[in-house]
Design a protein around this ligand. Structure first.
Ligand code: PHE
Length: 344
């Protein structure tokens, strides 16, 4: 018996089927219901207990070996056949092109823009490289006033026609450009990238994105501001989200406020995201300071207005519970892909 097993093993090892027919003959010869391996097992039934002990394992291993070989050849023929199909059948569909995904910041920006569009706000844009006038002076930041330190600035060039040239630190500069160029009423939002000279960490970056809003007309009041932002929050975070306004300071608004919403994660019970308070701050706002209106050639006795500004990163972090700002600009496909399902 051992001699037969040895002989068959070397035959199998030397065998190399050229096509599927040869492989099928192999199967019939060795593995078939009347094949050589079946014969061996029949023979095995007749041997004495001593030999049974000796050959049982060997025989099973041999059968296993033949079957594995057969499976390997079979699979290699199958893939060959498949590939042949691809090479020759030009009507087969091509390989799917992997779709990209929208950046989470773009998704959220679009969502915010859509909400304000429903209220009749248009979208305005302006340059990222700004002069001192549009970024600071027109917005009532006094010369050498410490308020300018609130926003650490990247300066590009000293002393242009309208003051030092810098990367804009907020999109409020677009409000100035808009008011200078047109006549009230204004009802616009200004999305865009802004820059501040900060060390990059999980919580701060040297650039980020804002959406600011401006509404100037006759008889615009703080009540209008509150109602507009209240509507915005209900649309973005869902009905029942609470808001609260805390007094604050910005050079370009008077009075000024910061707006908090009830924490979207714990619904106000207190959690990590809201540091246990139940509230999270999402934006700054206020009534446009009359000085700003006058700086832009608008009669502050006839017109009033409100303005607000928010960081898109902040809103996105709260929405998707993202804890590290750096993820937005690292282009890590594993991060970006998680927002694929949101494509519309
Ligand atoms: N420009 C302010 C900032 O960047 C935000 C703001 C805009 C506040 C409009 C009030 C009114 O922090």
């Amino acid at each position: 018996m051992q001699a037969k097993i040895d002989q068959y093993t070397s035959e199998i090892n030397a065998f190399q089927p050229a096509n599927a027919d040869e492989l099928e003959s192999f199967r019939i010869k060795y593995l078939g219901s009347k094949g050589l391996i079946k014969d061996l097992f029949d023979e095995f039934k007749l041997v004495g207990p001593e030999e049974k002990r000796l050959f049982g394992k060997v025989l099973n291993e041999f059968k296993q070996h033949a079957e594995t070989k057969y499976q390997e050849w079979k699979e290699s023929f199958e893939t060959k056949v498949q590939n042949q199909g691809i090479e020759t059948d030009l009507t087969l569909p091509g390989e799917g092109i992997e779709l990209g995904s929208r950046h989470p910041l773009s998704l959220v920006r679009r969502e915010i823009v859509e909400i304000f569009k429903k209220l009749g706000f248009t979208v305005a844009e302006g340059p990222e490289i700004e002069d001192d006038w549009h970024n600071f002076s027109a917005l009532n930041f006094p010369e050498e006033h410490p308020a300018r330190d609130m926003q650490d600035t990247f300066f590009i060039k000293k002393g242009g026609e309208k003051g030092d040239i810098a990367l804009r630190t907020h999109t409020s500069s677009v409000q100035v450009r808009m008011m200078e160029q047109g006549k009230p009423p204004f009802r616009s939002i200004m999305p865009g990238r802004v820059y501040r000279n900060e060390a990059i960490s999980a919580r701060a970056h040297c650039f980020f994105h804002q959406i600011e809003g401006l509404y100037v007309d006759e008889n615009v009041s703080f009540a209008d501001l509150k109602q507009t932002l209240y509507y915005f929050v209900q649309e973005l975070y869902g009905e029942g989200t609470k808001v609260r306004f805390r007094p604050s300071y910005f050079p370009f608004t008077e009075p000024s406020a910061e707006m908090d919403i009830s924490c979207s994660l714990c619904k106000g019970d207190g959690c990590n995201m809201c540091k246990g308070s139940g509230w999270v701050e999402i934006l700054g706002c206020g009534m446009v300071d009359p000085n700003v209106l006058e700086n832009c050639g608008i009669d502050s006795k006839q017109y009033t207005g409100f303005a607000f500004g928010m960081g898109i990163e902040r809103i996105t972090n709260l929405k998707y519970e993202i804890k590290d700002l750096r993820l937005f600009s690292e282009n890590d496909i594993r991060f970006l892909k998680q927002f694929q399902s949101e494509i519309s």
